[in-house]
Design a protein around this ligand. Structure first.
Ligand code: BGC
Length: 552
C-alpha cells in the first residue's frame, strides 16, 4: 500500500484518503470563539432595542407624541421614527466595505477593536441623549445610530470571518451557528427586558447600556487575549507569530506540532498562489476566481432576509395584535422559538450540510406561506378582522401557528446559513472584502423589507397580499439562489474551498465555465431532493488522490 504526504493530508492507497487529526477545543480557543460569537449578541440586542420607540418615557424625552391606546402614529411620526432603524442599517452598510478593506490589509484584530469601540461609543452616546440639552436629544440619538451602525457593519463583517478562520475546521459551521444563536439571544433578551424597562423613566437609557456591556467585553478581550488570525499573519509573512498563535490554539492536542505544521502548510499553499497575483480589490469579486464565490455568498446573504423574517421580527407585535392575540406574550413565544430552534441548528448544521438545509428550508418556507395564502383565499376571511366569527378565529389561529413554524424553519436553516456560507466561501485574499459585500446585501434587504417593506405594504394593502408577495419572493429569489448559485460546502476546509468554486466567466484551463457551475449546483439540488447526499470533501480528496496516483 502506498502512503504519501500531500500538503496536510495523508493519502493511503488510491481510494483511501485519510485526514490527519485536527485541532480540538481548548480553553484558549473557546475564549477566542466566545468573543467572536459575542458580536452576534451585540447585533441582536440592537435589533431588540427598536422597541424603545414605543416607550412613553422615551417619546417624552424626545418630544415625540405618545402612542394612544388603539390609535396609530401619524405618518409624520412614523417617518421620523423609521430613521432610528434606517440610519443604523445604512451606516452598517457603509461601514462594512471599510471593515473588509482594513481587515484584508491590516488584519482582523484591528477591525474587531475599531468595531467594538464604535459600537460602544454609539451605545453610550445614545444612552446619554438629551442629558446636556433637551433640544438635541433626538439629534443625539440619530448621531448615536450612525456611529453605532458603523461599528455594527464592522462587527458583522469581521466576526463570522474571524470565527471561521480560528475555529477548528470541523466546528466551523457550529461556531458560526453560535454567532447566530447569540443574535437570537440578543433579540430575546431585549424582548424580555423591554417589558420591564418600559416602566421606568430611565428604562430606555438602560436598554442602550445593556448593549454597551458585551461590546466593552469584546474590546477588553480583543486588547488582552485575542490573537491575530494565523492565516492573516502567514499572509503578511509573519510565520513565527502565526505558529505562536496556532500553538496556543492547538495546546493540549496529543499531536500538537503535526497539527500546527499541517495548518501552516495548508495555508501557505494558498498564500503562495495568492502571491503570484496582485492584492485583491472589490472589483476582483466580479471577475476571475472571485466571481463564483461572490455570486454564492452575496445572494445567500441577500436571500436570508428575503425569506421575510424581519416582517415577523420587527412587526410581530402589530401582526399578533391585529390577529387578536396578546401581542407581547406571542412576540415572546416567537422570539424564544427563534432562539431554541437555533440551538437545534447547532446539532444539524455540520451533519445535514449547508445546501441541504437551505434547499429544504426554502421549500418549507414556500409551503408554509402558500398554505396560509390558500386558506385565506379559500375561506375568504379577513384575517385582520377583530369582530370575526369562529371561522375567522380559526384562520387567525392557523396563521399564527404558521408564523411560528416559519420561525422554527428559519432558525434551523437560513438564520445560521445566512452567516456561515458568506464567511467561508471566499478565497483568502478576498475574504474580508467578500464578507463586507455580503453584509451590504444583508443590510439592503434589512432596510427594504424590515424597515420599510412591511410598513409600506401594510398601508397599501393587507396581510393577505403580503403573504402572496412572500411566496413570490421566496420562489423567485431565494429558491433560484439555493438551486443554481449555492454549492454544498459542508466539511470543506477554507483552503480547499477554491476547488468547489473552480469556475469563472468563460472558463479557463483550470476552471470551468459559469454554466457548468450552475449545472453542478442544480445536480447537487436534485441529489438533495432525492435524499442522496453530497460530499464535497471526499470528492476533493479523491480528485487529489487520483492526481497523486497518476503521477506515481
Ligand atoms: C438576520 C436578521 C434577523 C435575525 C433573526 C439574523 O441572522 O440577519 O435580519 O432579524 O437573524 O434571528
Amino acid at each position: 500500500m502506498l502512503a504519501h504526504k500531500s500538503d496536510n493530508r495523508i493519502v493511503v492507497g488510491p481510494s483511501e484518503p485519510v485526514e490527519p487529526e485536527e485541532r480540538g477545543l481548548n480553553s484558549y480557543t473557546l475564549t477566542v470563539l466566545f468573543t467572536a460569537i459575542m458580536g452576534g449578541l451585540v447585533f441582536g440586542l440592537d435589533i431588540g432595542t427598536t422597541a424603545v420607540l414605543s416607550m412613553d418615557y422615551f417619546r417624552t424625552a424626545m418630544e415625540i407624541p405618545i402612542m394612544q391606546p388603539g390609535a396609530e402614529d401619524s405618518i409624520d411620526v412614523t417617518n421620523q421614527l423609521s430613521l432610528f432603524a434606517v440610519l443604523f442599517h445604512v451606516s452598517s452598510l457603509v461601514g462594512a466595505p471599510f471593515a473588509g478593506q482594513i481587515s484584508d490589509k491590516y488584519g482582523r484584530k484591528l477591525v474587531i477593536i475599531i468595531a467594538a469601540t464604535l459600537f460602544l461609543a454609539g451605545a453610550v452616546w445614545q444612552s446619554c441623549a438629551g442629558l446636556i440639552s433637551q433640544d438635541f436629544a433626538w439629534a443625539s440619538i440619530l448621531l448615536g445610530r450612525v456611529v453605532g451602525g458603523f461599528g455594527n457593519g464592522f462587527i458583522l463583517t469581521i466576526m463570522p470571518v474571524y470565527a471561521s478562520e480560528l475555529s477548528p475546521a470541523k466546528y466551523r459551521g457550529q461556531t458560526v451557528t453560535f454567532f447566530q444563536l447569540s443574535i437570537t439571544a440578543g433579540i430575546f433578551i431585549m424582548a424580555l427586558a423591554n417589558n420591564f424597562l418600559d416602566e421606568f423613566v430611565w428604562g430606555w437609557r438602560l436598554a442602550f447600556v445593556l448593549q454597551a456591556f458585551p461590546c466593552a467585553l469584546i474590546l477588553i478581550l480583543a486588547l488582552v487575549v485575542l490573537p491575530e488570525s494565523p492565516r492573516y499573519l502567514l499572509l503578511v509573512d509573519k510565520e513565527e507569530s502565526a505558529r505562536v498563535a496556532l500553538n496556543k490554539l492547538a495546546k493540549g492536542c496529543p499531536n500538537q506540532t503535526a497539527i500546527v505544521d499541517a495548518e501552516v502548510s495548508a495555508a501557505m499553499e494558498e498564500i503562495e498562489r495568492i502571491k503570484s497575483v496582485e492584492e485583491g480589490t472589490f472589483l476582483d469579486l466580479f471577475r476571475g476566481e472571485g466571481y463564483a464565490p461572490f455570486l454564492c455568498g452575496f445572494m445567500v446573504a441577500l436571500s436570508q432576509n428575503v425569506t421575510g423574517v424581519n416582517w415577523f421580527m420587527n412587526y410581530a407585535t402589530t401582526i399578533f395584535d391585529s390577529l387578536g392575540y396578546n401581542k407581547f406574550a406571542m412576540d415572546l413565544v416567537l422570539k424564544s422559538l427563534n432562539m431554541v430552534a437555533t440551538i437545534a441548528a447547532i446539532f444539524v448544521v455540520e451533519k445535514g450540510g449547508r445546501k441541504f438545509l437551505t434547499v429544504w428550508g426554502t421549500l418549507s418556507v414556500i409551503v408554509i406561506f402558500s398554505l396560509v395564502a390558500l386558506v385565506i383565499v379559500a375561506t375568504g376571511v379577513d384575517v385582520f378582522s377583530t369582530t370575526g366569527d369562529s371561522q375567522t378565529s380559526s384562520v387567525q389561529l392557523f396563521t399564527m401557528i404558521m408564523i411560528f413554524i416559519f420561525q422554527i424553519v428559519f432558525a434551523i436553516s437560513w438564520g445560521p446559513l445566512g452567516w456561515i456560507v458568506p464567511g467561508e466561501v471566499f478565497p483568502m485574499r478576498l475574504r474580508g472584502k467578500g464578507m463586507a459585500m455580503c453584509v451590504v446585501a444583508n443590510m439592503l434587504t434589512n432596510i427594504a423589507l424590515g424597515d420599510y417593506g412591511f410598513q409600506a405594504l401594510k398601508v397599501a394593502t393587507s396581510l393577505q397580499f403580503t403573504v402572496f408577495i412572500l411566496v413570490v419572493m421566496n420562489v423567485v429569489i431565494v429558491l433560484t439562489t439555493v438551486v443554481f448559485l449555492q454549492p454544498e460546502t459542508k466539511g470543506v476546509s477554507l483552503e480547499d474551498m477554491r476547488h468547489v468554486f473552480a469556475y469563472e466567466r468563460g472558463g479557463s484551463e483550470q476552471r470551468g465555465t459559469m454554466s457548468q457551475f450552475f449545472k453542478k449546483n442544480w445536480i447537487q439540488t436534485l441529489r438533495i431532493l432525492s435524499f442522496r447526499g453530497n460530499d464535497p470533501k471526499t470528492e476533493i480528496l479523491l480528485m487529489e488522490n487520483e492526481n497523486i496516483v497518476s503521477s506515481i
